[in-house]
Write a protein that binds this ligand. Structure first.
Ligand code: SAH
Length: 244
């Protein structure tokens, strides 16, 4: 029986792959990868390594998660070194925990290799620090997949009145509802907001606006994209190093 490495591929810029991830990619007999993992990484695998694509679009799985779990497990029965390569960090909305638990129940050895999450690095490449002295003392990474109008929402919207930075992943299709909800709980209409598309890659696009106008400004921007809400967005005026 083999060992599975639940591995973060980083946000897009290939140089943001960790040395540990690179080592296991080079050793892998099979790499099971996502849509968000930079395909350039696969070129670094050894000859004879096989590749299994289990991609998903925007949180909508093409292959259901339980099937992905089983695919990983079946590969671990056949191969020595199985790399499960996932965009960003495997435990930040990456369902790496579910995959690890599935392997644990079947006595398959695994390791977690954290990755640089898009939640922090895409803002960084956009010149937006997620915390900043005197501006934001904390940041939250929140799923944007859930409709804010859901009766049973687990998201503590009422807590979002402060100036702490809020980063929504998987939220582009709900941008309208998210911004409206934030205004509803008391954030001003002119509150700073950014949408970052394809962060850390050469195709990165950054749209800066307010809760009121970001929907219109970000219209048509491609995925993957994340939303940053907070006063830290203004710091881009001084810190925009990547697109300049
Ligand atoms: N595990 C990943 C997140 C998976 S959820 C991580 O740690 O980054 C997928 C969501 O991540 C997308 O809907 C998008 O909101 C965000 N995302 C991933 N890569 C991105 C990128 N390069 N630029 C902007 N957002 C990105």
């Amino acid at each position: 029986m083999g060992k599975v490495y639940l591995t973060g591929a980083g946000p897009g810029d290939i140089e943001l792959l960790t040395l540990k991830a690179l080592r296991v990619v080079k050793e892998a007999d099979v790499i099971i990868y996502d849509r968000l993992a930079n395909p350039e990484i696969l070129k670094m695998a050894k000859d004879g390594c096989s590749f299994v694509y289990v991609g998903k679009e925007d949180g909508k799985h093409i292959i259901p998660q339980d099937e992905i779990n089983e695919i990983i497990y079946q590969n671990a029965l056949k191969h020595n070194t199985v790399v499960r390569l996932k965009g960003g960090d495997p435990f930040v909305f990456g369902r790496g925990g579910e995959e690890g638990a599935y392997l644990y129940e079947r006595n398959i050895q695994f390791e977690i290799i954290p990755g640089i999450t898009s939640a922090i690095s895409a803002p960084a490449y956009a010149g937006i620090p997620v915390t900043h002295r005197g501006v934001a003392v904390s940041f939250r990474v929140v799923t944007g997949h859930e409709s804010p109008n859901k009766e049973t929402s687990q998201i503590p919207w009422e807590n979002f009145k402060t100036d702490d930075t809020i980063i929504f992943l998987m939220g582009l299709h709900n941008l309208d509802k998210i911004t409206k909800k934030l205004m509803e709980v008391g954030k001003p209409a002119n509150y700073p907001c950014a949408v970052i598309s394809k962060g850390t890659t050469k195709d990165q696009q950054v749209v800066i606006g307010t809760l009121e106008d970001i929907v219109q400004k970000a219209d048509g921007i491609p995925t993957p994209a994340l939303i940053v809400v907070g006063q830290v967005v203004k710091l881009r005026e001084q810190l925009n190093w990547f697109n300049s």
